[in-house]
Design a protein around this ligand. Structure first.
Ligand code: FAD
Length: 397
């Protein structure tokens, strides 16, 4: 019987892991199933572009995985039973249970309202495609001089505010940040950010923690009301709730706790990657939810699974950061170089060159997903069970 590997979620990390596993393991030994709710790949890193009216390239999974040996299962995961080693899924034909020998959990994340009152009712989000499409419609309906407030001064907030301001110069765009604008960046990085925000006419409210959202305003901790015809909420991501309902060891926020090979510390048949995983990275700090650190977790998990089922040497490639690539609209960008543990160093790349660099990074990430088995060296080995069966047959002969 073939070793059954199920990968849950075909986002940036799940799709990459499934492709890499297909390249590492022999089809006669393993059955790799990739489960995803939607039929095509969502380029999450471009959802602020989608929200501002740009159309994203359609990337159907059926085309991407054709001929790779990965079986695609379009269905919604509703539960994972890690003791019985089964996954419950539903699709148009009803509910079904899939059994696995090894599970890769890569269900990603969504927006995080952080329980701020009024957020779920009145704010928009760009962490999901439906959210970005809803915001797109709302922005399209706004008249000149109406105000859009982006809440959150992290990377997603910076990208969203600049993208909206560039696409809709007739609107009044503001950003509310809990701390100072880009205060984790180098002095050059911060200065560039301020310059671009100034050029685009974005009003910045610094040290402004938003404590409530209403239909026409947000209110900050010091009682200030900021008018907002549309509020875009970008204060981090919340992981998919399914993991928390399982017997897996998870953090308080629901991320699956894994070791350096991305294997669950509580259930050795389960691996978690991308936003869903709590991975301790360089400097003993948890990796932040990003493609930049998520993609290496997919490589690491796939190589570790392949090594374990074939009985070969475990990989040990440390995961590190190189830069933070921030788009500031389509014409401007900021590449902040960082240490291995993600702290800004003085060097930055700015301007149009940085915008082009960021565009290439996004294209490269999507290419990697869209061509899951291309460009990888093939290292297919027999699984331990298969090799043992082969030796037994030879011995009998
Ligand atoms: C606007 C925006 C800009 C960003 N920019 C950057 C950036 O510049 N650089 C960077 O490094 N990171 C960026 N990120 C973060 C990055 O997109 C995420 O960290 C990354 O997508 C995580 O990958 P993942 O594979 O863990 O999850 P995802 O990419 O979210 O994939 C999860 C997959 O699981 C599927 N799924 C979810 N629930 C179910 C279910 N119940 N059943 C079946 N399938 C399901 C989803 O459809 C999806 O295909 C950005 C995010 C956003 C929202």
């Amino acid at each position: 019987m073939r070793h059954r590997i199920i990968v849950l979620g075909a986002g940036y990390t799940g799709a990459v892991a499934a492709g890499r596993l297909a390249k590492r393991l022999r089809r006669e030994d393993v059955a790799i199933t990739l489960v995803n709710a939607e039929p095509d790949f969502v380029e999450r890193v471009r959802l602020h572009q989608l929200a501002t009216g740009q159309d994203l390239k359609a990337r159907p999974f059926s085309k991407m995985f054709a001929g790779t040996g990965v079986e695609l299962r379009l269905a919604k995961v509703t539960f994972v039973d890690v003791d019985r080693k089964t996954v419950a899924v539903t699709d148009a034909n009803g509910a079904e249970e899939l059994a696995y020998d090894t599970l890769v959990y890569a269900l990603g994340s969504g927006w995080n309202t952080q329980h701020v009152p009024g957020t779920a009712e009145h704010a928009d989000e760009i962490a999901s495609r439906p959210g970005a499409l809803r915001l797109r419609e709302r922005l399209a309906r706004l008249d000149a001089r109406q105000t859009v407030v982006v809440v959150g001064g992290g990377l997603t907030g910076l990208e969203a505010a600049t993208e909206i301001a560039e696409a809709r110069p007739d609107l009044d765009v503001a950003l509310a940040a809990r701390s100072g604008l880009g205060d984790w960046l180098s002095p050059k990085g911060r200065a560039h950010l301020r310059k671009v925000f100034g050029t685009l006419g974005i009003t910045v409210y610094e040290h402004a923690a938003v404590t409530s959202v209403e239909a026409d305003r947000v209110t900050t901790a010091d009682g200030k009301a900021i008018p907002a015809a549309v509020t875009v909420w970008t204060t981090g991501f919340a992981v998919h709730p399914i993991a928390k309902k399982t017997a897996l060891e998870v953090t308080g926020t629901g991320q699956i706790v894994v070791d350096g090979t991305m294997r669950s510390v509580s259930h050795p048949d389960v691996y978690a990657i991308g936003d869903a995983a709590m991975v301790i990275g360089p400097g003993d700090k948890p990796l932040r939810m990003s493609c930049a650190s998520g993609t290496p977790t997919a490589w690491q998990a796939a190589d570790a699974i392949a090594a374990r089922v074939t009985g070969t040497k475990l990989p040990n490639a440390p995961i590190r950061y190189f830069n933070q690539c921030i788009s500031l609209g389509r014409k401007e960008g900021l590449i902040q170089y960082v240490t291995a543990d993600d702290r800004a160093v003085p060097a930055v790349l700015t301007g149009r060159l940085a915008a082009v660099y960021k565009e290439l990074v996004c294209k490269g990430a999507a290419w990697g997903v869209a061509n899951p088995t291309l460009g990888l060296p093939t290292r297919r080995r027999a699984t331990r069970d298969r090799a043992a069966a082969g030796s037994a047959v030879k011995a009998q002969a």
